[in-house]
Design a protein around this ligand. Sequence first.
Ligand code: FAD
Length: 315
Amino acid sequence: MAFSLVYLEAVEVPLSATALELIAGAARLGDPVAVTNHAVTPDVVAALGAAGVSGVVVPEGGNEAAQQNFLSFETELLAIALSETEASGVVLPNSVNGKEIAARLGAKLEAGVITDAIDIAADGTVTKSVLAGAYTTQAHVTEGPLIVTLKGNSVEFVAPATAEDPDLLEIPVEDVKPGARIVEVREKAESGRPDLTAARIVVSGGRGVDGDFSQVEELADALGAAVAASRAAVDAGWIGHDLQVGQTGKTVSPQLYVAAGISGAIQHKAGMQTSKVIVAINDDPDSPIFEIADLGIVGDLKNVLPQAAAALRER
Ligand code: FAD
């Protein structure tokens, strides 16, 4: 069986749901070989083997070089791994960094790139959501290895019956010749909440929160959810752009998306309408968000959110 590569951003034991889904996606194309930009411990290699990974490619000597070379290190590492394994495809996370690496790798190898994938078939046909998630299309690449970024919560991981004993291939960092270097790093404050794009539950606030995200955060914490926002809330300076969902923000597909004080503009729906269950809280019964909501609550979010959080805490 041919190999496929799966790029994992950070690998720890236990493997994250995102990592397992990416491995499952890569397994559709071939025998998965994991590539990551940092050194891995034997228990990580064993966990990858238990998940069906047959090889692990890492930079020899850790990730110091990767930290100094914004994503160009990872691009070069994947290019080397591709040439070593002759893999038929590369599956990456549908994150900002995953898409960036995919684009750079595609440009370097003159290979086709497909983003926003929600399914991958064994023959390389990729199903992706388009036009704000309103339609799905099928696509395949015509040049080079398939490079695809896979959305979270779209492919189910099923543990293989037998574990692999993966080969560890360490690439000397001097062989990885990145073309860019980081000159400044800006630190992001840690919220302790799940990563927005991987979260199973997202609580999102819009202009209706009127500058105060504390009730959105309170419900998110009661649910163990990530916090998100519409662009109106981000543009008003109430919350950072890294939490914006939509056409010019992040695309999420959680099991549950709670939209509070969000009208449901097409550009917002672009980032969340593939969520499995959508709950909308809005004081305008004619708000378009109710057209896509599975459950709608007409009311003032300032009453509804604290009540919901209190009820959850009592359970
Ligand atoms: P509004 O449309 O103002 O809606 C606020 C809602 O809150 C209303 O429905 C109101 O009834 C309700 N409300 C008010 N007070 C309360 C209360 N107390 N309790 C309950 N409900 C209340 N938008 C995005 O979100 N993401 C994007 O990535 C994005 N990209 C864009 C890209 C382009 C090129 C353009 C042109 C626009 C983009 N937008 C994006 C903006 C988008 O068109 C909308 O303007 C934006 O989504 C509106 O945000 P909102 O729903 O929070 O605000």
